[in-house]
Ligand binder design. Structure first.
Ligand code: DPP
Ligand code: ZN
Length: 852
């Protein structure tokens, strides 16, 4: 498959002014007629993209074109000898009913329960009709939909213009929608379905009355309130924090159960994976419900950062995703404790992005080439992209950052732009911001190391920091990046902060001198995780214990526990710490904290999973050993506090359900304490689990109890699993939990996974269901990295390669760590990947295989 390079970008020869689409859905196909008004921009032919289309006719300015006038090859249709303006009429036939790739227009569901939806980002529109399907071609869309009346819901972007019966076809009806905003084709959407709707309204700061609609199956309409409230909160938040108001009279969200992504920000018509929009206390855990709100906000925020200002080309994906993730993280931080939000965001970044950046799939936040852009919807583009925006925002401070974003919106509204454009707008108050461009270009996680010397005569503290980034194959030798290192000095006697500074490390090695320091302090670095780097500072364990006690915010305290855990488990910087300091510090901190801030207390008990720890290992990785060590430390924590679990658990009584930060904190901590108590073999803990399940007021309590019972293989766990299945049989998203708790169980075997894959409720066509088994099982490295485990895993990829290559390739990326395994696993994994290569053909999977 051929590579596309950023450096080869050229402008399109033709722009599109307007598009009229007429989509008629029939029993086993759809006909799509389009009319494009095209205008020449530069010399050249018209290039349209099209895949899986049956071309019926094509006319230009009224004349039917023949193969003399155009050429069709490999997904492209080139029309020669085009005048300055051209009206193209194109008729194609497509088959949404057999579209299992879930890109373009596809049928979701089965039997009597079907609907038609679209997914066009990044390049799905070319599966609907021939079109200059690239983000820098913006047009005004009018869409007519026609279908059988058993699909009463006919939706497309923009405003409803007209709806009615189809003449001579009493069973059919139509609707016409017009979107007045100029948009790229990846933001096109339509839905043909039978759905209920939850309606609300919002008046913008500009006085616009907006109709809000959330569409779902009638059985799910009672799970839409959380999403609707989040939408209104997000609309308000964007007005207050960025001065951005919504721009159409209608905002629609549609819930779909078969969807590759989490959600999609189509103009005025978001399409959501049901898992990312439906929420109710009885069926949705707190963590899930919180992410529903964040994703609703994320897609809403795209209306300005993505839709009104879009990407010039797909290399610039981080332009909209990095900024929008930063915006949704900031929104979420305002909805709960900002420390916990930062903990969760950093934990995700370290677990997934650092691992990606350390392995063979490492790529810059703005990649320079790709075969298949779907392979680049990665945690590097999204989460590292968000960290870069955060560093810029923190460097500028709130006022100048707001000036910069105002300038960005003022200058580029309605355009398709680049990362350079973004940085140039943000640098209006400080031109050093442009130096952040190297963060977008250079792959690899920088490692910041350092040490300190204290001069008691001069009363100075000198901190020396240096940075190093590994050289990733295929890229230039790494250069130093601008790394903001938030630093505070703590007085050893009083525990108070005596100095605070943002150090900007932008050379390979630098020294920073603090004057008037009366005695040698304890230094706290990278506070609030001020840059996405690995920190190796020459701490003593006692310094870290001191910081755990005196640090002023919850994030920094968590960060210290993570450093301690890493020193114990991974011998950070060659130091092998004994767990004593860590255990003692936890034992002192926890009882007080659990009463003050239960959510934070729950996070402080986090010990990274074996999978996450493995991502820091670059050679001779032994999954069994890592799991043993990890579980060993977990057990030591549980034992150390064994006498306290009962009291802690009883101090967190179950109450009737409430959706407050405090109640969520109590539920989170209770689940952690329950698991710790079972790990420490506390008498009665098994009964607590059963009672918690039986008396649960919500899914967080019920599922927390179930998970613990399954992971500790409690007698009766099977009975509870069966009960859970029965209670929630009708709810796909809960049954996904039922699958995942078994597939990710501590004692899962390849045979157990096999039986889940052949369960009557297993469905290869529903990505959520596939992930609920396959991704869940890959979180157990000791099972994944066995001959049988890998055979099953690669078998899944092979099976999905043709049917749903986007999903197949995504699942494959998990295997990128094979290269770090100790023998004989490494050789065994290699052989299986070589075998897989012979049996797959999608460019998605082939590109990923080539990289891993
Ligand atoms: N829908 C995906 C997202 O919002 C891709 N744009 O990130
Ligand atoms: Zn996004």
């Amino acid at each position: 498959p051929s590579k596309i390079n950023l450096k080869d970008y050229t402008k399109p020869s033709f722009d599109v002014d307007t598009v009229h689409l007429d989509i008629k859905l029939f029993e086993d196909y759809a006909q799509v007629d389009s009319t494009l008004e095209m205008v020449r921009q530069t010399a050249g032919d018209i290039v349209l993209f099209g895949e899986s289309l049956e071309l019926l006719t094509i006319t230009m300015n009224g004349k039917v074109l023949t193969t003399e006038d155009y050429q069709q090859e490999a997904g492209k249709l080139t029309i020669y000898n085009v005048p300055e303006r051209a009206t193209l009429d194109i008729q194609v036939r497509i088959c949404p009913q057999t579209n299992t790739a879930l890109e373009g227009l596809y049928m979701a569901g089965s039997g009597d329960d079907t609907m038609f939806v679209t997914q066009c980002e990044p390049e799905g529109f070319r599966k609907i009709t021939f079109y200059p399907d690239r983000p820098d071609v913006l047009a005004i869309f009018t869409t007519r939909l026609e279908a059988d009346k058993r699909y009463p819901t006919l939706l497309a972007n923009g405003n409803l213009v007209e709806a009615g019966e189809v003449a001579d076809a009493p069973d059919r009806h139509y609707a016409i929608w017009h979107d007045p905003t100029n948009k790229p084709s990846y933001l096109f959407a339509c839905v043909v379905a039978d759905l209920d709707v939850l309606t609300d309204s919002y008046t913008t700061s500009e006085g616009r009355e907006v109709l809000l609609e959330l569409y779902a199956k009638s059985a799910d309409i009672d799970k839409c309130d959380v999403g609707m409230q989040a939408l209104k909160d997000a609309m308000k938040w964007d007005e207050v924090n960025y001065g951005r108001a919504y721009d159409l009279d209608r905002y629609m969200i549609v819930a779909v159960s078969q969807f590759n992504m989490g959600a999609m920000e189509n103009k005025g018509l978001n399409i959501f994976n049901t898992a990312c929009v439906l929420s109710s206390p009885e069926t949705t855990t707190d963590a899930r419900s919180f992410s529903v709100k964040a994703i609703i906000a994320h897609e809403y925020f795209h209306n300005w950062t993505g839709n009104r200002i879009t990407c010039r080309d797909w290399f610039q994906l981080c332009l909209k995703e990095g900024f929008t993730v930063y915006r949704d993280q900031s929104f979420s931080a305002d909805q709960q404790s900002s420390a916990v939000q930062r903990i969760d965001d950093v934990a995700t970044l370290r677990a997934h992005q650092f691992s990606e950046d350390a392995g063979p799939l490492a790529h810059p936040v703005r990649p320079e080439s790709f075969v298949e852009i779907n392979n680049f919807y990665t945690t590097t583009v999204y989460e590292k992209g968000a960290e870069i925006v955060r560093m810029i925002a923190n460097t500028l401070g709130p006022d100048d950052f707001r000036k910069g974003t105002d300038e960005y919106f003022r200058r580029y509204d309605g355009q398709a732009v680049t990362v350079e454009d973004f940085l140039s707008a943000l640098s209006i108050t400080d031109d050093k911001i442009e130096n952040f461009i190297d963060w977008y270009r250079q792959p690899g996680t920088p490692v910041v190391s350092g040490s300190q010397t204290y001069d008691s005569t001069a009363q100075t503290l000198t901190i020396t920091l240096n940075q190093q980034t590994r050289h990733v194959k295929g890229f230039d030798a790494p250069k130093p990046l601008p790394i903001p290192v938030a630093t505070a000095l703590f007085d050893k006697d009083s525990g108070a902060i005596v100095a605070e500074r943002m150090l900007l490390l932008d050379e390979a090695t630098q020294t920073f001198v603090f004057e008037n320091v009366a005695s040698e302090p304890v230094v706290s670095l990278l506070r609030d995780f001020s840059a996405p780097v690995q920190l190796n500072y020459d701490y003593q364990d006692a310094d870290l214990a001191f910081l755990l006690k005196h640090e002023t915010n919850g994030f920094n305290r968590w960060q210290v526990t993570q450093m301690l855990v890493n020193r114990i488990l991974l011998q950070g910087q060659g130091v092998k710490s004994s767990p004593d300091v860590y255990l003692e510090a936890l034992a002192q901190t926890l009882p007080v904290l659990s009463a003050d801030d239960a959510m934070l207390a729950a996070r402080l008990l986090d010990i990274p999973s074996a999978q996450e720890l493995a991502s820091a290992i670059s050679k001779d990785y032994d999954p069994v050993l890592v799991k043993e060590q990890r579980d060993g430390l977990y057990k030591q924590v549980a034992d150390k506090l064994k006498d306290q679990w009962a009291e802690l658990y009883n101090n967190l009584p179950m109450q009737s359900y409430e959706d407050s930060a405090e109640a969520r904190g109590i539920r989170a901590l209770r689940n952690v304490v329950l698991d710790m108590a079972l790990t420490a073999n506390v008498d009665d803990a098994a009964d607590w689990a059963k009672q918690q399940y039986d008396n649960a007021s919500c899914m967080t309590e019920r599922f927390g109890a179930l998970k613990t019972m399954v992971n500790h293989q409690l007698a009766g766990a099977d009975k509870y699993l069966a009960d859970f299945y029965e209670r929630f049989q009708a709810n796909d998203l809960v049954i996904d939990l039922w699958f995942s708790v078994q597939a990710a169980a501590d004692d899962v075997t390849p045979d157990m996974v096999k039986s889940l894959l052949t369960h009557t409720d297993f469905d290869w066509n529903t990505p959520n269901r596939v992930r609920s088994v396959v991704s869940a099982f890959s979180s157990q490295p000791t099972v994944l990295w066995t001959a049988e485990g890998l055979e099953m895993y690669t078998g899944v990829i092979q099976k999905l390669d043709d049917a749903n290559p986007v999903l197949a390739s995504r699942l494959l990326q998990v295997l990128a760590r094979w290269n770090t395994l100790a023998e004989p696993r490494r050789q065994m994994a290699h052989e299986q990947l070589v075998d897989l290569q012979k049996n797959v053909s999608s460019k998605h999977v082939l590109e990923s295989l080539e990289s891993v």
